[in-house]
Design a protein around this ligand. Sequence first.
Ligand code: GDP
Length: 263
Amino acid sequence: SIPLLLHSFVFRASGLTTLPSILLIGPSGSGKTSLLTLFERGTSAAQTHTSQAPISAECHLPVGTLASSNKYRSVNDPTNRAHKKFLLIDTPGHGKLRHHALANITNPQNLKGIIFVVDAATLSAGDEGLRHTADYLHDILLILQKRTESKNKAVKALKEIPILIAANKGDLFTALPASLVKSSLEMEISKVRASRSKGLLDSGIGMEDEGDRDEWLGEVGSTEFRFKQMEEFDVVVEVSGGNVAGGEGAVVDKWWAWISERL
Ligand code: GDP
């Protein structure tokens, strides 16, 4: 029938709905737009604009990086190319615009993973950037932890969600190495978690209350938050370092490898 034909035409013409997608999240200024530009064009843009709305880009894995689903296919197999394509979706990190990022999580289209970009040079103890970043990451992880109770079928259906914390700006001498980015964020998220639950206690609702236990990130009863605690909720967190810009050129091979393993 004509409507069916039209439907399939529109579906194919848009093309994007079927591409695997990777979502970029993180505080503003961490380097998301720079990363998107680099991955799309293969070069770092001289300047980036302040993002107001999500921007997505169709990207290709660089030659030599093999998507895991393609491991056993011949190099000459035409489906190879199609499988190496993916959609990278940028989201604004500005507080007021965060609902865009959340909308993408709660309405994923073939979502394969999330890259949470952090500025590794602003994560030292006492740095305001650390608190800000931990706060944001806590909220994202909690949304993912609670996805099973979501009314959105697409979210509910997500079995496993891989998250890469990309410790960006490694070229700056004040930048923490990935291992320290990980432990600093874990420590700071522990504090965020404790202060949020204190807020709940002060409001007269204790942890005995079933509903509020759901607001606790990770393992109930643990004093220290660890990313590993998210695995119980099938949220697998990895931290690795690199830099999009900087004098010596971009170092993003670990991030490419992470993406390629998820396509
Ligand atoms: P966004 O707000 O997360 O999209 O961040 P942008 O991509 O706009 O980057 C914010 C600023 O950080 C820009 O001035 C970038 O040039 C700079 N930047 C991004 N990545 C790096 C990096 O790896 N090293 C250094 N030194 N600067 C970076």
